[in-house]
Design a binder for this molecule. Structure first.
Ligand code: MN3
Length: 197
């Protein structure tokens, strides 16, 4: 199996002014493309070629080439899908109920998530996960994710590598995270929540 760089469902400039077009273009066509080709190079000609990306991450993340590039491939694939220029509404139904149950309110979930993203030292991600039927928040270093660590199934993640925000926001990671909340595709995240059960 060869992994392919997924196309975006929107143009590079579609998330302006919240996420800028140049960052989107470099992030997708260089960074994500790089993880994808390095992942393919790492598994080429080995028995790992027959594995799904989830199997690679859950069973073979002790190999740094799989961990870093497989994580980079999967994490960014989720990241693009969970953003939308249409700002897909608000969490609804069972997903909304689960947020209230776990955090008290959507605002509080966003506060805790943003705090996890702000306090991740260096490069990494913050995550909203489904674990044992309920929602939780964590963060991981580099391109690691909760599927590798067994912490849950990620349904929303924010990339806090400097390549995700430095062109527009400089060192102001908090301004980037605040802007990013404006382009969440809640309909897609709700779908992920349902599928994670
Ligand atoms: Mn990135």
């Amino acid at each position: 199996m060869t992994f392919e760089l997924p196309q975006l469902d929107y143009e590079y400039n579609a998330l302006e002014p919240h996420i800028d077009a140049l960052t989107m273009e470099i992030h997708h066509s260089k960074h994500h493309a790089g993880y994808t080709s390095k992942l393919n190079a790492a598994i080429e000609g080995t028995e790992l070629e027959s594995k799904s990306i989830e199997e690679l991450m859950m069973e073979h993340s002790d190999d740094p080439a799989i961990r870093n590039n497989g994580g980079g491939f999967w994490n960014h694939s989720l990241f693009w899908k969970t953003m939308s220029p249409a700002n897909g509404g608000q969490p609804s139904g069972d997903f909304s109920n689960a947020i209230v149950e776990a955090f008290g309110s959507l605002e509080e979930m966003k506060n805790q998530f943003s705090n996890a993203a702000m306090t991740r030292f260096g490069s990494g991600w913050a995550w909203l996960c489904v674990a044992n039927g309920s929602l939780s928040i964590c963060s991981t270093a580099n391109q690691d994710n909760p599927l590798m660590t067994g912490e849950g199934v990620p349904i929303l993640g924010v990339d806090v590598w400097e390549h995700a925000y430095y062109k527009k926001f400089g060192p102001a990671r908090g301004e980037y995270i605040s802007s990013w909340w404006n382009v969440i595709n809640w309909d897609y995240v709700s779908e992920c929540f349902v599928n994670a059960h």
